[in-house]
Ligand binder design. Structure first.
Ligand code: FRU
Length: 478
């Protein structure tokens, strides 16, 4: 039976997400140490055990059978007076290359030494399914004397039979690649960057292989960037290319965003997910305004876990993201289904209050409208902008960064189709077969949560709409 780590937290507080992970209490940012190990998905994360502001950075920890229902286990690797535990990853050392035990879980994290400001890569390990962690006595294992060297993502490179680390040289806008046989001694392999978007520091790299339709595979280099993101502040970009065990070579270096919203950052993927699948999750936050998010007694939420694939787009390959299929298992209650009708201006769907989580699937014909879609309480819009050719989320004037955040998506066979996941304080919008995503935090007024339709500048045809309530993943804790 799952146990809340903070008794008395009802997971029903105002704006508490119902299908997204949040810690019961306190501050959370990046996902860390994502790994499938001994039949469980692990989610570690940047966590302040002492309060709801960034500080005392430690690794919080939760486990799940399905990436949706999480049991919070408390602090895994705590900050000490001399060392804060910044972002990193976990590998399962099947062959005991490091000598911590067969199939030990080994965390490779950035040690930040507040007294000097230096950042170096360090190890901790667990031989009890991630429940308790010991720091390696020989730490740090990779120290180049830098204050901007962080967020190691390590994985086993099967073709070569060695470990690979991608790690950010943040100020240089580079990713450094290292190789190792034992996780303890690391040899430089190559560097990638600067490339694409360079308007902020580079953080949280990831590198993984994905199959390509019709055979073969390509590699994807992921880089988070702050500031300089697509909607201001933090953002995640990626490059598709080839990797030979030493060097990553991108197919092209134009800037490509994984998500066009304000609040999808530090996304990284799970190591070792069953069936060779590639799932990732991001922090639904933006360094521009993360400190002022009005939630209590926690601050910080994860995105929905999304399954990744590569999809052709003209002559290019693009990342396609689909919220994991298991979300379908949360469908509950009566869905509202609307058939064909004209939409002109704003309208309210009777009886549809936004008081939990919903999956929304909509299909429209643009008609004469310039913009159309769904609205929440009149202030939050989820829709399509015809002149811009973009799916967008628009946040109300009360939000920290009000405005419209959009990503390109084509009208196909005269229609626009999108899927949105609306939780108590977030929207994740997907279109163009998952090639376009827009993630924004939203904080609708308690009195303004009616769901409705809208058009601006003309009339659109709604072809079909399904608004499906999703049950809370915290139900079992109540
Ligand atoms: C990214 C980041 C990382 C760092 C961590 C500190 O959001 O800045 O580069 O390791 O957060 O909490």
């Amino acid at each position: 039976m799952r146990q809340p780590s903070s008794p008395g937290v009802p997971y029903r507080e105002p704006y508490r997400p119902q299908v997204h992970y949040t810690p019961a209490r306190n501050w959370m940012n990046d996902p860390n140490g994502l790994v499938w190990h001994d039949g469980e998905y692990h989610l570690f994360y940047q966590y302040n055990p002492e309060g709801d502001e960034w500080g005392n950075m430690s690794w919080g920890h939760a486990v799940s059978p399905d990436l949706l229902h999480w049991e919070e286990l408390g602090t895994a690797i705590p900050a000490t007076e001399d060392e804060q535990v910044f972002s990193g990853s976990i590998v399962v050392d099947e062959q005991d290359t490091a000598g911590f035990g067969k199939a030990a879980a080994v965390a490779v994290y950035t040690a930040w030494y507040p007294k000097t400001g230096l950042q170096a890569q360090a190890l901790a390990y667990s031989t009890d399914r991630g429940r308790t962690w010991a720091r390696y006595a020989g730490n740090p294992v990779l120290d180049i004397g830098s204050k901007e060297f962080r967020d190691p993502k390590v994985f086993w490179y099967d073709e070569g039979g060695y470990w690979i680390m991608v790690v950010a040289l943040a100020e240089d806008r580079k990713v450094a690649l290292y190789g190792s046989g034992d996780l303890k001694s690391w040899t430089p392999l190559s560097e990638f960057g600067p490339a694409g978007a360079t308007g902020g520091v580079w953080e949280m790299p990831d590198l993984f292989e994905l199959p390509v339709d019709g055979g073969g595979s390509k590699w994807v280099m992921v880089v988070s960037l702050n500031p300089g993101g697509p909607a201001g502040g933090s953002g995640v970009q990626y490059f598709v290319g080839d990797f030979d065990g030493v060097t990553f070579v991108p197919d092209d270096t134009s800037t490509t965003w994984a998500d066009h919203g304000r609040d999808f950052y530090a996304a990284v993927s799970w190591n070792g997910a069953p069936g060779g699948r590639r799932y990732w999750i991001g922090w639904m936050g933006n360094w521009d305004d993360a400190a002022s998010i009005r939630t209590h007694p926690w601050r910080g939420a994860m995105s929905l876990p999304r399954e990744l694939s590569l999809a052709a787009d003209g002559g290019r390959l693009r990342l396609a993201q689909r919220p994991i299929a298991a979300l379908g298992g949360l469908r509950t209650g009566q869905a509202v289904r609307l058939g064909e009708r004209k939409v002109s201006g704003p309208s309210i769907l009777p009886g549809q209050a936004h008081d939990g989580a919903f999956e929304i699937v909509a299909e429209f014909e643009p008609g004469t409208a310039e913009r159309f879609g769904l609205q929440v309480g009149g202030a939050i819009m989820i829709g399509y902008d015809v002149p811009a050719g973009e799916l967008f989320v628009e946040r109300g004037p009360r939000e920290a960064a009000a405005g419209r955040h959009g990503g390109a998506a084509p009208v196909e066979a005269g229609r626009v189709r999108f899927t949105a996941y609306l939780d108590t304080s977030s929207v994740e919008l997907f279109g163009d077969g998952g090639r376009t995503a827009v993630t924004d935090l939203v904080f609708p007024e308690p009195a303004g949560r009616g769901l409705g339709l809208f058009t601006e500048g003309g009339t659109a045809l709604l072809c079909s709409l399904v608004v499906q309530p999703l049950g809370s993943v915290w139900e079992a804790l109540r």
